[in-house]
Design a protein around this ligand. Structure first.
Ligand code: SAH
Ligand code: SF4
Length: 338
């Protein structure tokens, strides 16, 4: 049996036909779920009896285990549970006129980055495209603002689940109506995955998590660097920027005394040359996790790091934290049974 958001447009059409209903009901169903982004039970132009049948034929993939709010209720985090027991987290960040959903691409993650709560907990299973789309639409149901951006920065490594992630991007673009540049795929540096993304028809935004300017330091933070060293990752990212004509962004979690010194900024700027559209670095103070002893850099250190990058011609933005009080900030997602 398919689930509500795994069913494609043609499958919704076929289901309506099987139920002996006229074609216009299929249009109402698709338009309500995707065009209007409403929950099934809110599609009041469809008779209640038919909604009941559709709810049974198209079950949701997730039930809500917990929902937590923070930042004056502008940040929400769901802990979902799938029928097989897999747990996944999703974060909604609302702004005045729009909203961003941070989705998980996997339950857990096999990459083992030392400073990341998901990496510390290990891998559970891949998510399907339908499960990714469901995260976005169920977050939209809770948001008065229109979801305009989706970032694959929740649990898991999107490019280690590349087929489902590309399928989800296509559906978020075609069905949900999101612009490709407002879909951001963040990777720790899975080079074959970046190459797949380069061949992919949609010009989604690529973000690469760097955290270090050299292989020796990066290997301590990101074990995958032993397989795909910095030079290979940056070459793949350069090819992406070239092919898509899009600026690539880089994520850098600032860890006090570990990767946040002036010489790190200078070395990083030295590596980020030759990017079409320039390279853009997002600096994020490390978020606390149980399994890593490092501390976040203080604001002054991060500002100096940003200045160092800018002086060397690399664009830099210091990111504000959201959701830290409910463990919803970058790297803090870690499904746990309450
Ligand atoms: N696996 C992908 C996407 C999910 S992680 C990736 O690694 O890019 C999303 C972002 O959170 C990444 O940039 C990751 O490096 C960052 N992150 C992980 N743990 C963090 C922590 N403790 N503090 C700050 N950022 C963290
Ligand atoms: Fe996985 Fe990304 Fe966390 Fe690394 S930082 S363990 S790749 S989720």
């Amino acid at each position: 049996m398919t689930t509500r958001y795994a069913a494609r447009h043609s499958e919704l059409d076929a289901l309506i036909a099987t139920l002996g209903e006229p074609d216009y009901r299929a249009r109402q169903l698709y338009e309500g779920l995707y065009g209007q982004r409403r929950p099934l039970e809110a599609l009041t132009n469809i008779p209640k009896a038919l909604l009941g049948l559709l709810a049974a034929e198209l079950p949701l993939a997730f039930t809500i285990d917990t929902l937590q709010l923070a930042d004056d209720d502008t940040t929400a985090k769901w802990l979902w549970r799938a029928v097989d027991g897999a747990q996944v987290e999703t974060v909604l960040m609302r702004y005045s006129a729009r909203a961003t959903v941070c989705v998980s691409a996997q339950a857990g993650c096999a990459m083992g980055c030392t400073f990341c709560a998901t990496g510390q907990a290990g891998f559970e299973r891949q998510l399907s495209a339908g499960e990714i789309v469901e995260q976005v639409l169920r977050a939209q149901h809770a948001s008065p603002q229109r979801v305009s951006n989706v970032v694959f920065m929740g649990m898991g490594e999107p490019l280690a689940n590349v087929d489902a992630v590309l399928d989800a991007c296509t559906r978020l673009h075609d069905d949900v109506g999101l612009s490709a540049r407002h879909l951001t795929v963040s990777t720790v540096g899975v080079v074959p995955g970046i190459e797949r993304l380069t061949e992919f028809e949609l010009p989604v935004t690529l973000a690469v998590s760097l955290h270090a300017p050299d292989d020796v330091l990066r290997e301590q933070l990101v074990p995958l660097n032993r397989r795909y060293p910095l030079a290979a990752v940056l070459d793949a990212a350069r090819a992406y920027a070239e092919r898509k004509g899009r600026r690539v962004s880089f994520e850098y979690a600032c860890i006090s005394g570990v990767n946040d010194l002036p010489h790190h900024a200078a070395a990083l700027a030295g590596r980020l040359t030759g990017f079409r559209g320039g390279a853009h670095v997002n600096l994020i103070p490390l978020n606390d996790t149980a399994g890593y002893p490092g501390r976040p850099s203080d604001a002054g250190r991060i500002a100096a790091f940003a200045d160092g990058l800018r002086t060397a011609g690399v664009q830099a933005t210091v990111r504000r934290n959201r959701g830290t009080t409910i463990d919803a900030a970058c790297g803090q997602l870690r499904a746990r049974t309450p």
